[in-house]
Design a protein around this ligand. Structure first.
Ligand SMILES: [Fe+2]
Ligand SMILES: [Fe+2]
Length: 175
């Protein structure tokens, strides 16, 4: 099998993160990242370094049909409404509701259709296995491939996309 790039749970250098954000072609994600980091009150497990890796993983997973702008916004919004670093099954739906209040400014470059896809990904990332929507499933797997940070090995059978499952198998093979 082709050796895939690493999705190790390391802290990504700031320059690399900015390059990844630039590659998505978004105008507001860099500022949104700073804003979200400023209001974050929980620990490292679901904080900015995780969000950066979700972006990196999402771009590694992305195919020609993946909306990279949505993936970028997902990275910096999906865990924004966590109330603790442990069991919080409704943080996805809460963050999806937050999207409505961000629409007019932070998310103003997204179309209504992109907003709907983003909401679907953010709302479902806690509860759904896969949706069949390429962008949503890429978001799910970008998050799941970072489970290694919590010493959880991603399960190929529980990934949303074929490419996500490939990465999960590669992780298993290297352990
Ligand atoms: Fe989450
Ligand atoms: Fe997450």
């Amino acid at each position: 099998m082709e050796r895939l790039e690493t999705v190790d749970p390391v802290i990504l250098p700031e320059d690399d993160v900015q390059k990844l954000i630039a590659a998505t072609g978004t105008r507001h994600v860099a500022a949104l990242r700073s804003m979200m980091a400023g209001r974050w009150r929980l620990g490292e497990l679901h904080g900015i370094h995780h969000w950066d890796r979700v972006l990196r993983n999402g771009l590694l997973l992305a195919g020609p049909d993946t909306d990279k702008m949505v993936v970028a916004y997902f990275a910096y919004i999906h865990d924004a409404c966590r109330e603790n670093d442990f069991e919080d099954p409704f943080h996805g739906p809460r963050a999806a509701a937050l999207i409505d209040s961000l629409k007019a400014d932070w998310l103003s470059e997204l179309t209504e259709e992109q907003i709907l896809i983003l909401k679907k990904a953010v709302e479902g990332h806690t509860a759904l296995l896969r949706t069949g929507d390429t962008t949503v499933d890429t978001c799910f797997d970008a998050d799941r491939l970072d489970l290694l940070r919590a010493y959880i090995i991603p399960d190929p059978a529980r990934m949303a996309s074929l490419r996500g499952a490939e990465f999960a198998r590669q992780i298993q093979d290297t352990l």
